[in-house]
Ligand binder design. Structure first.
Ligand code: ADP
Ligand code: MG
Length: 481
């Protein structure tokens, strides 16, 4: 077996200069000499399609080479289909990457786009220019995965193959996938980069089964330099499609073509996806996208404003960046609504109007909190300011947190009381601008350092506690300030 494998390897190396690179990779992958019998060489190929093509176009070339290179005399050649050859654990097939000269593995040498056997519309239409990698804001949370995308874009198929990106909805997976594909195309406009959602891939398999009995489905992807499949979890339990994908994956991988995949979960947790696929997904780089920190959220918003050429009140951006807590899509959604409001109603978005948008977004996404705060927050309309003095603030805060005014003023150190008390001091200072000493007088004669401490504490906690920010904005709104 080893001898025939070596021989076939030599034959392929001999044939390679006579055949176009892409054709060669397409037709000679997973081929092997199965045996040599009395001058008869039995060549195995993985599909009927390959059988027909090789028989028609390359039979005499192969025979010629065999007669030149084989130690034993060769009279005839017969080509048979052995579909097991395309199984990834079948080691009989020729190792094409050892045959193809290194420089030819580079994308620069691949055929022009029109020669690809994938419908043209799949190649380019699915790319959206707005998803450039340069438009992706990088923060601590996504630095690594962004760097991996850049590395893949610079050297596709070499390092980190496949690149597997996972994470929750609206966190930038599609953006990164498309950005990487676009960058590969920008570096080399001849590269064939295919972006497909898993759903689309599934439909293609179904169509192929109808049209050609799917014999040659995987051949359609043979010339692709970079295959990008978005939301692979959608292939769960679709066994036939997974099977096809498995073959395509192996073929591309073995010819050093880049594969990029996204999913909602890491490979091992993909229920309904075959384990052999899961383990292939883990062979390269697996990166997670996270919900970004406050600074990155703010930067994304500022960037969006600049793109839309609008200028929004920094407080409004701050409110959106603090309050949105699930996805960038939601972040953009609220901002887009604020911008739309500004354009349609010719009004400048304010903290108040944006709070209402945020409420709507939240109410759509999550049930009201059991303590009723969210409900209270959402139903309150902006009222004229009802606050004349510190007593009014104390009353509002006590009402809001459903505690007694006396508890608020007193010295009890329970958390349910202390936090509203600190909020109350903060609001009196912010809204009425009273001195720390005067504020202390309203709270059992506390001295100014205690008040200052409370004020600072609330201010710094607001940087990380979205619920607190909501409470404060809600209270301010209720007070009409
Ligand atoms: P996913 O595919 O993970 O569901 P998307 O890639 O569709 O998420 O992202 C949702 C939206 O958020 C898109 O408009 C995308 O451009 C934007 N987005 C996500 N992360 C970032 C980021 N870091 N910088 C800029 N825009 C981002
Ligand atoms: Mg997506």
């Amino acid at each position: 077996m080893t001898d025939t494998k070596e021989l076939w390897q030599q034959i392929c190396a001999h044939l390679y200069p006579q055949i176009r690179h892409d054709q060669f990779l397409t037709w000679f992958a997973d081929t092997a000499i199965l045996r040599i019998d009395n001058g008869l060489v039995v060549l195995g190929v993985p599909t009927q399609f390959a059988h027909d093509w090789i028989s028609k176009h390359y039979r005499s070339k192969i025979l010629d080479s065999l007669q030149k290179l084989s130690q034993e005399p060769v009279r005839e050649i017969t080509i048979i289909v052995d579909s097991a050859l395309s199984n990834s654990d079948d080691s009989r097939g020729v190792n094409l990457s050892a045959v193809v000269p290194k420089s030819n593995k580079k994308l620069r040498k691949v055929p022009k786009r029109q020669e690809v056997r994938v419908d043209d519309e799949n190649v380019s239409i699915m790319f959206n220019k707005k998803y450039g990698l340069n438009k992706f804001i990088v923060g601590k949370h996504n630095r690594l995965v962004h760097a991996a995308c850049q590395a893949v874009a610079a050297n596709p198929g070499e390092q980190w193959n496949p690149l597997f990106i996972y994470g929750g909805v609206g966190l930038g997976k599609t953006h990164l996938l498309q950005g990487t594909g676009l960058e590969i195309l920008r570096n080399n406009s001849d590269a064939i980069v295919v972006y497909l959602t898993a759903e689309r891939f599934l439909n293609e398999v179904v169509d192929a089964i109808k049209k050609y009995n799917a014999h040659d489905f995987k051949a359609r992807y043979r010339n692709v330099d970079c295959l990008i499949i978005d939301d692979i979890q959608l292939l769960a339990d679709k066994d036939r499609t997974q099977e096809e994908f498995f073959h395509i994956f192996n073929e591309l991988y073995n010819s050093n073509k880049q594969i990029i995949i996204s999913s909602d979960k890491p490979p091992k947790e993909l229920a309904g996806i075959e384990t052999r696929l899961q383990s292939r997904f883990e062979m390269g780089m697996v990166g997670e996208v996270h919900f970004p920190d406050y600074e990155t959220r703010l930067a994304i918003l500022q960037n969006k404003c600049a793109e839309n050429e609008v200028l929004l009140d920094p407080e409004v951006l701050d409110l959106i960046a603090r309050t949105v807590s699930s996805s960038i899509r939601e972040l953009e959604g609220v901002l887009n609504q604020a911008i739309a409001q500004m354009r349609l109603e010719n009004m400048t978005p304010t903290v108040n109007s944006v709070s209402r948008l945020l409420d709507r977004a939240h109410n759509k996404m999550a049930p009201p909190a059991p303590n009723g705060h969210v409900e209270l927050y959402s139903n309150v309309q902006k009222t004229a300011s009802s606050i004349r003095n510190a007593e009014d603030v104390i009353e509002k805060v006590a009402e809001y947190f459903r505690i007694e005014k006396e508890e608020l003023r007193g010295t009890m150190r329970k958390r349910e009381i202390m936090m509203p008390r600190q909020i109350c001091m903060y609001l009196i200072y912010e809204v009425l601008g009273l001195s720390y000493d005067t504020i202390g007088d309203y709270f059992s004669g506390r001295n100014h350092t205690t008040v200052l401490h409370s004020y600072n504490k609330i201010k710094s906690r607001m940087r990380e506690d979205n619920k607190l920010v909501q409470d404060i904005y809600a209270l301010k709104r209720e007070m009409g300030v």
